[in-house]
Write a protein that binds this ligand. Sequence first.
Ligand code: GTP
Ligand code: GTP
Ligand code: MG
Ligand code: MG
Lengths: 305, 279
Amino acid sequence: QLTDGLSGAISRLVSRGKLTEANIDEGLREVRKALLEADVALPVIKDFIDKVKAKAVGQLQIEGVDPGQQIVKVVNDELVALMGPIDTRIREQGNGPTIIMMVGLQGAGKTTSCGKLAKYLVEKKRRKPVLVAADLQRPAAIDQLKVLGEQLGLPVYSEDPNASKGLTGIFKRGSRAAEVCKNGVKFATQAGCDTVILDTAGRLHIDDDLMKELRDVKERLEPQNIFLVVDAMTGQDAVKSAKEFNDQLAVDGVILTKLDGDARGGAALSIKAVTGKTIKFIGTGEKLDRLEEFHPDRMASRVLG
Amino acid sequence: RLLGGGLDEDIIDSLEEILLRADIGVTATQRLIGGLKEGYRAGNLKDQAQVLEFLKTGLKEKLGGEAPKLREAPKPPTVVIVAGVNGSGKTTSVAKLTHLLTRGGEKKVLLAACDTFRAAAVEQLATWAGRLGVDIVRGQTGADPAAVAHDACEKALKQGYDYLVIDTAGRLHTDKNLMRELEKIARVGKKHIPDSPHEVLLVLDATTGQNAVRQAKEFLEVLPVSGIILAKLDGTAKGGIVVVIREELGIPVKFVGLGEQPTDMQPFDAGVFVDGLLS
Ligand SMILES: Nc1nc2c(ncn2[C@@H]2O[C@H](COP(=O)(O)OP(=O)(O)OP(=O)(O)O)[C@@H](O)[C@H]2O)c(=O)[nH]1
Ligand SMILES: Nc1nc2c(ncn2[C@@H]2O[C@H](COP(=O)(O)OP(=O)(O)OP(=O)(O)O)[C@@H](O)[C@H]2O)c(=O)[nH]1
Ligand SMILES: [Mg+2]
Ligand SMILES: [Mg+2]
């Protein structure tokens, strides 16, 4: 069930006969190359190869299996184990609306994923969500979320980004987003809605002010779920940004977007390895019905190519 | 971060990590490291400083020398199409290009809002047009983007604009229909401006890994891509993949995006970029 790419490469290299430490090393060189081409981060590859080697060496006594295929099986199983388990759980709130906060780098797909998640929650979990437009800086970000809300027939809470501009001088920057979020939760409670999805502005993990803004939102709202939204075509940088977002916010899960493309998606492994947080959902298109639950075995095949 | 000044093959190998983590990719990295080892064995590279210099020179050569400028058509309007995958930074880059063109008060710029699909895409570009004081052509929601492009080309020609910059919807290069749509956007302009588009800029997100090469290949199949805008280089990603794209496809980087404001774009400087790759 693995595609021919890696299996083919390994079986060409690894001579017939039983598995030896020498041909394990040969096979693993191919694995390393495949994972690099799939955009898995280099430090993650190193740890992964060590783990796989230990497991493969542990199988040296097993006879009668093609050694190349044996290596591929160990690699695939280890990849699935590392990226799993399947966990689409969304933590609920006992008294008051369940809050889901969406964060991530610019352009990752947060706003679109807010819409998708809202649709999923309505259709699969019978929830009544409110979308909160907490991106006060991107031109027409609020409009974008409002359009999605209209398409879904769901309420969108928003405030004029220029409102209380006079007062903003008194409060330090970063309290506006938290303010909007807080008011959004109030609005949801009054409207009898049980879920709030907060759309935040994209930002760099190295922007101290904007990361502080997210910490403020977290502190003031105590969201039950913080989801990091990541573009599946992200390269080596995935470990840096994911680690920083997770270190500062302790995210609850990851949404990997744009998997309808042909990116191998090695970022999936990098992020799981470095944060320990599971990928809960994947985005597979621009339309709002394009959200699926994450399956580690399908991702493993894709990454291995 | 290299230790002391001494040189051996292990030290050369350790450079592999810097190159791979900069998204240069396996094949290009192996070739570069191979070249360094040859130089070392031939006795041409004797210390770390020389190795680094040799590497920088090699990378700069692959990037193609002098930074090309934004093209200007023999007679106005110059038609620029901005394309790329979803979320890469196209609309913001259009705003930045507009700022570069209009800040000196010299060029009269017209924008075309050819993303007629995504929620509030037209509003986003219209907001920038308002802030930058330039005119914008827009169609009805869900209008055929080629129709908007056609109208914009006609207006740009008849009303004496120097530049027409066309913002297109994000699309994955794997979507055949959307790639055909892009081809059509470029084609309809020729009715009024036969040698358009004069410049086609592919916007790449600097955080993108090896998939960027596939993106560049596929977009080049449908449009005469003449340059890359490498956006979001103000993050921690190095964008090394543009080295491979320049080498394999001949597409040069023309601009780098360094932030979210109209002033946050600069012409590509290979020297500065390569220093950043290896830092
Ligand atoms: N093909 C595809 N496109 C997607 C997917 N998810 C989002 N997009 C597109 O990616 C682009 C960016 O999506 P947004 O939702 O605006 O991203 P964002 O993270 O909110 O962006 P910022 O708020 O600017 O940081 C849009 O063109 C979306 O339609 C997906 O799963 N597949
Ligand atoms: N930090 C940083 N952010 C950028 C840069 N360029 C664009 N962005 C941000 O990236 C996000 C996406 O930018 P857009 O211009 O909407 O991207 P797009 O390619 O037009 O997106 P779609 O039309 O949805 O495909 C926005 O939040 C921008 O502010 C850049 O150079 N640096
Ligand atoms: Mg957004
Ligand atoms: Mg756009």
